[in-house]
Write a protein that binds this ligand. Structure first.
Ligand code: DQA
Length: 146
């Protein structure tokens, strides 16, 4: 099984970016944790980050036929991007939405996710562990298809 992890804008700054909200773990640390857990389950991981919406759209399009699941922290694009929603909907690769923070407990503009309705489900509020829960969800969804 192969899982594509996608990370949106400003997540490259994790570790120094608002640590009181997002913690002190860097994206590289998170990737290492994800790879470690994935190897226990013989899962191959592709882990990417971009500050550009178009990159994320292109990577979602390319996922079709190449990965069994997508785990996405779309960051701020979660709340704004019809393009990401349409890409997820178009490729129909099972997709899990994740966030470090609990977006529902923050500013009202973060309560709405434009991608939630085209994802299998949403995991938020568990800090960097949201990524590991996202991996587990991807494995679960893939297993339940068999
Ligand atoms: C985030 C939450 C978003 O609202 C925010 O724009 C981010 C990070 C999270 O992981 O908690 O950049 O996706």
């Amino acid at each position: 099984m192969k899982v594509l992890f996608l990370n949106g804008p400003n997540l490259n700054l994790l570790g120094t970016r608002e640590p009181e909200v997002y913690g002190q773990t860097t994206l590289a640390d998170i990737e290492a944790d994800v790879r470690k857990r994935a190897s226990r389950f013989q899962v191959e991981v592709d882990f990417r980050q971009s500050n550009l919406e178009g990159d994320l759209v292109t990577w979602i399009q390319q996922a079709k036929g190449n990965v069994q699941a997508i785990v996405i922290n779309a960051a701020a694009y979660t709340h704004t991007s019809v393009a990401l929603r349409d890409a997820i909907s178009a490729v129909a690769v099972p997709t899990i939405e994740i966030h470090l923070s609990n977006i529902h407990a923050r500013e009202t503009f973060r309560h709405k996710s434009l991608i939630a309705a085209v994802c299998i489900g949403q995991i938020c509020g568990f800090g960097s562990k949201s990524y590991l829960l996202g991996l587990d969800a991807a494995i679960y969804v893939n297993e339940s298809k068999k």
